[in-house]
Design a protein around this ligand. Sequence first.
Ligand code: CTP
Length: 215
Amino acid sequence: MKILVSAGPTREPIDAVRFLSNRSTGRMGIAVARAAAEAGHEVALVLGPVAIEPPDGVRVVRVETALEMLAALRAELPAADALVMAAAVADFRPAAPAARKLHKGEMPAAIQLVRNPDILAGLRPLKGNRIFCGFAAETDDVLASAARKLARKGLDLIVANDVTAPGAGFAVDTNVVTVLRPGAAPERWPLLSKIDVARRLVALLETLATERPAP
Ligand code: CTP
């Protein structure tokens, strides 16, 4: 299969040196890219700014902002059989980023924000019979919000996790996830390393690919 993965945070500039972002390290999405490549798939990884190295054998497209991530994924999606959207897209960006560094005396007391597009929603018209997998990192009401996102974003599956649970969340190498699919009971996976979650996810994508209708 040709698997397209997004990972990491996005950075939304305030000025030439400051940005808004989030705590994503890219570990989970990079693990998915690694597992997919190890399983023999052709992998493109659209990667926000992260400190860790992407795996060998994966084609990496580096992006910074949500708008750049959307453009890169839109360009890559036509060639893909599956999209795994593990990136933590910043939902807002400063409305008028300054091209140069603002001195502290020039900083406004409040920064006006505008909504970033929902990337998965934006890619939906291009979905065809591609498999779309989302991630939902939640802190409360985990399964209910993940189920709402599964439906609202028209996904084939969503990997939900409670980022406050022991062994889950940002900057740790393990995860505890529940996989939701339309019309199926939620499937809770045990505490696993992120690479093992990724391997199981890739195996699930392979199964779903054999079940999907011909284009
Ligand atoms: N996502 C996306 N574009 C965005 C925000 C999120 O494509 N602007 C994707 C994420 O990569 C993830 C899924 O949508 O696969 C769920 O992300 P989440 O941040 O939980 O969803 P939101 O729609 O932002 O939901 P909310 O802020 O209401 O919790």
